[in-house]
Design a protein around this ligand. Structure first.
Ligand code: FPP
Length: 246
C-alpha cells in the first residue's frame, strides 16, 4: 500500500474488536485462546496506527455487558488486560503513546484498576498518539452519568439549563477533550454498534469487515484507512457548501 497523506487519514479511529470466540471455536480452541490471539492484533493495530500517524485510537476491550460472560472467561480477559498493560508500558513510553481508560472502572478488580491508573499516570505526558481503552464501558451508562453531572450543576446554580448544549454535553462525557471518532471499525461482520460511543459516532464513517479480530492485523487496518480515504464526508452539507468551506 502506498502511504496515505496525513490529511486523508482519520484523526480518531474507534474499533469494536469482535470475533475472538468464533476464531477460536472454528479451530477447536477455547474462547480464551481466541482472546489471547486478539491481544496480538491489539498490539499490531496500535503499532500500525502510531506508525502512520493516527492521533487517537479507541479500543472496545470489555463492554458493560461482558460481565455476564462465564466467570472463567471474564477473569481470563482481566488477566490479558493486566498483562498487556504491564508488557506494553515500555513501548508506550518509547513511542510516546498516552493511555487513557473510559468505562465504569470502579467495577474492575482492584489490581487491574491500579495498573490502569499507573499506566495512565506514567504516559500522561506522551503526545504522539492516545490509546483509549474502553473497559467495562457502556455508552448509555456514560450518557446517563453525563446527564446527572449536568443536572447537579444546574441544581447547584453553577450553570443554567440553557447552558447545556452539544459542547457542554460532550464535555461531560468520559471522552471529554477527545475529538469524535472519524472512523468506526467493526470486525467479524456484525452490523451493530453495541452500545459503543453512541453520542461520539454521530458523524463517523462505518467500516464493517467480515475478518475476525484475531486476523485483523496491519494489512487489514491499512485497508480500512484506504476505505476511509475514499469516503466523501459531508457532515450534512451539500458538495457545493463543502467546496466553499475548503
Ligand atoms: C469480542 O470477541 C472481543 C472481546 C469481548 C474482548 C476484546 C479483547 C481482546 C481483543 C483481548 C485483550 C484486549 C486487550 C486490550 C489487551 P467475542 O468473544 O465476542 O467473539 P465472538 O463474538 O466470536 O464470540
Amino acid at each position: 500500500m502506498s502511504a496515505i497523506a496525513q490529511q486523508d487519514l482519520p484523526r480518531h479511529v474507534a474499533v469494536i474488536m469482535d470475533g475472538n470466540g468464533r476464531w477460536a471455536t472454528s479451530r477447536g480452541l477455547s474462547r480464551v485462546q481466541g482472546h489471547r490471539k486478539g491481544k496480538d492484533s491489539v498490539r499490531e493495530v496500535v503499532e500500525t496506527a502510531r506508525e502512520i500517524g493516527i492521533e487517537f485510537l479507541t479500543l472496545y476491550a470489555f463492554s458493560s455487558e461482558n460481565w455476564q460472560r462465564p466467570e472463567r472467561e471474564v477473569s481470563a480477559l482481566m488477566r490479558l488486560l493486566r498483562r498487556y498493560l504491564k508488557t506494553e508500558l515500555n513501548k508506550m513510553m518509547r513511542y510516546e503513546i498516552r493511555l487513557r481508560a473510559i468505562g465504569n472502572l470502579r467495577k474492575l478488580p482492584a489490581e487491574i484498576l491500579k495498573e490502569i491508573r499507573h499506566v495512565e499516570q506514567e504516559t500522561r505526558k506522551n503526545t504522539r498518539m492516545t490509546v483509549i481503552l474502553a473497559v467495562s464501558y457502556g455508552s448509555r451508562d456514560e450518557i446517563i452519568k453525563a446527564t446527572r453531572k449536568l443536572a447537579r450543576q444546574v441544581r447547584d446554580g453553577v450553570i443554567a439549563p440553557e447552558d447545556i448544549d452539544e459542547t457542554s454535553f460532550a464535555g461531560a462525557l468520559m471522552t471529554a477533550g477527545i475529538p469524535d471518532p472519524d472512523l468506526l471499525i467493526r470486525t467479524s461482520g456484525e452490523m451493530r454498534v453495541s452500545n459503543f460511543l453512541l453520542w461520539q459516532i454521530a458523524y463517523a464513517e462505518l467500516y464493517v469487515t467480515r475478518t475476525l479480530w484475531p486476523d485483523f492485523r496491519r494489512e487489514q487496518f491499512l485497508e480500512a484507512m484506504e476505505y476511509y480515504k475514499s469516503r466523501d464526508r459531508r457532515f450534512g452539507l451539500t458538495e457545493e457548501q463543502l467546496a466553499e468551506a475548503k
